[in-house]
Design a protein around this ligand. Structure first.
Ligand SMILES: Cc1cc2nc3c(=O)[nH]c(=O)nc-3n(C[C@H](O)[C@H](O)[C@H](O)COP(=O)(O)OP(=O)(O)OC[C@H]3O[C@@H](n4cnc5c(N)ncnc54)[C@H](O)[C@@H]3O)c2cc1C
Length: 446
């Protein structure tokens, strides 16, 4: 069977849209598939509502998305659970049975939040920083009325500023890192200090304290969150002293985990990113190690929406070059990508996760929430010989539930001391058995 599309793109964020558009503009038949209701990915997750606060870069993205709609097939609300190879064609399988056949594939699936466990983190009212941001941007829902924001990394700033602007009372923003990240890295200081300073000024105007070397180490409440324990930390994140802060919501995040399952399924090689997180290896043209498969944006390393867009453009132009023989990405684009990658590496180095968080846990703290596996069971698994997340999973069931280790994979890897391994799942997303039974093929856009 022939493949109707020259390129299928999985992911409609900045990387996927730029990649799809670059290829479509050069005459390729392109399909883009995204599980969301709108194009935009995590950063441009905007409602169609008047008076939305301006997001830097949104107008440009909206123009790209409009141009793409005229030139490509776009399937929203389609979650891809697997990609299979059949000769020189790929089939992209979506939950619900739809399938898209293509000759080339671009993986632009972004990343998901990386939370850390602590006593009480499974209480209603505790959510990830990205989750709070997604509720606000995507649905105009303010996660709570009194929201503590905690974790590490610059992402905490827009989350807190956005919540406060939307009417939430934010008692404090607690950054576990030392806070010298920006100053220590000239690249960061040049590129992003202005943006960070804007958020800090917005917090200061509302008298919201921003405390470095502080973290939420416990959440309290009988049926839902009523307070958190905030600790002052030493440089390794060991607790020095604590105080309790009343709140109904906690938004917490310790960075992001790139979504690389589809690439790993297809046999694409991975490499550890600057912080040890596995990401897809790509060459200068964003080609993975599997012929016919490209990757762009956060699956190749977390670096923000501008880097994602540029990688998407490089990938789209490279796919087009493969198809048409026209030249790939110009040098100016590659140089911009190099600058942004250096910035991304500096950012990861500026906000490391320190081992001291493991001391915040008690024996009964759930590490895997899906399977309700407490720390004590992970320790037992370790004593029985588990040396990484995979062997701990076999002995304790951590990571065997609905999220398949997306949430607990990182902490379990840290607790077993085995480093982070690439997720090897034949099914990238939870899928009903019925999805395996029926497949229909998409036709190309006219
Ligand atoms: C929850 C969350 C919120 C964020 N909010 C912000 C923010 O407010 N500000 C900021 O600067 N940065 C934010 N980020 C960081 C942000 O992800 C990046 O800076 C930028 O959006 C990356 O662009 P991307 O195209 O690589 O990936 P994304 O924008 O994440 O786009 C990936 C797309 O792939 C789709 N996708 C993934 N897997 C599948 C699948 N199996 N099937 C179908 N579709 C799939 C997703 O629905 C998504 O639309 C957020 C990250 C997360 C995880």
């Amino acid at each position: 069977m022939t493949a109707p599309y020259d390129l299928a793109v999985v992911g409609g964020g900045p990387a996927g849209v730029a990649g799809a558009l670059s290829a479509a503009l050069r005459g390729l038949r392109v399909a883009l598939v995204d599980s969301g209701a709108r194009l935009g990915g995590q950063y441009f997750r905007h409602r169609d509502a008047p008076g939305e606060p301006a997001t830097p870069g949104f107008e440009r993205f909206a123009r790209q998305a409009a141009a793409l709609r005229e030139r490509a097939t776009i399937r929203l609300g389609h979650q891809v659970w697997a990609v299979t190879r059949d000769g020189d064609a790929f089939t992209v399988h979506c939950v619900g049975g739809a399938a898209v056949r293509c000759r080339r594939l671009l993986i632009a699936t972004g990343a998901h939040d990386r939370p850390l466990p602590f006593p009480g983190w499974d209480l209603p009212g505790v959510l990830t920083a990205g989750g709070a941001q997604a509720l606000l941007k995507g649905y105009g829902v303010v996660a709570g009325s009194r929201v503590v924001v905690a974790g590490t990394g610059p992402f905490l700033l827009p989350v807190a500023a956005g919540l406060a602007a939307a009417g939430a009372k934010v008692p404090g923003v607690y950054e576990a890192g030392g806070g010298l990240g920006l100053a220590r890295h000239p690249l960061l200081a040049l590129g992003k200090a202005g943006e960070a300073a804007g958020y800090l000024a917005a917090l200061a105007r509302r008298r919201i304290p921003y405390r470095t070397r502080h973290a939420v180490v416990a959440a309290h409440g009988d049926r839902e969150l009523t307070a958190v324990t905030v600790a002052r930390l030493d440089r390794d994140w060991n607790v020095l002293d604590t105080r309790r802060i009343p709140c109904d919501t906690l938004a917490t995040g310790y960075g992001f985990v790139p979504q690389i399952e589809l690439g790993v399924q297809l046999g694409c090689a991975t490499r550890p990113d600057a912080d040890g997180t596995p990401v897809l290896s790509v060459d200068a043209a964003q080609r993975t190690t599997v012929p016919g498969v490209w990757a762009a944006g956060e699956p190749t390393g977390v670096g923000g929406r501008e880097l994602s867009e540029i990688e998407g453009r490089v990938a789209g132009l490279s796919v087009a070059a493969d198809h048409t023989g026209l030249p790939g990405a110009p040098g100016i684009l590659l140089r911009r990508r190099a600058r942004l990658r250096a910035f991304a590496a500096a950012l990861l180095a500026a906000y490391p996760v320190k081992d001291g968080w493991q001391g915040w846990l008690r024996d009964d703290t759930l590490v895997c929430r899906c399977e309700e596996v407490p720390l004590a069971r992970i320790r037992e698994a370790r004593e029985l010989g588990a040396t990484d997340a995979r062997s701990a999973k076999l002995l304790s069931r951590a990571g065997m539930g609905w999220c398949q280790g997306r949430i607990c994979g990182y902490p379990v890897a840290c607790l077993t001391g085995g480093g982070q391994a690439a997720p090897r799942r034949p099914v990238a997303q939870p899928v009903p058995l019925a999805a395996l039974a029926e497949l229909t093929l998409e036709e190309p856009h006219d």
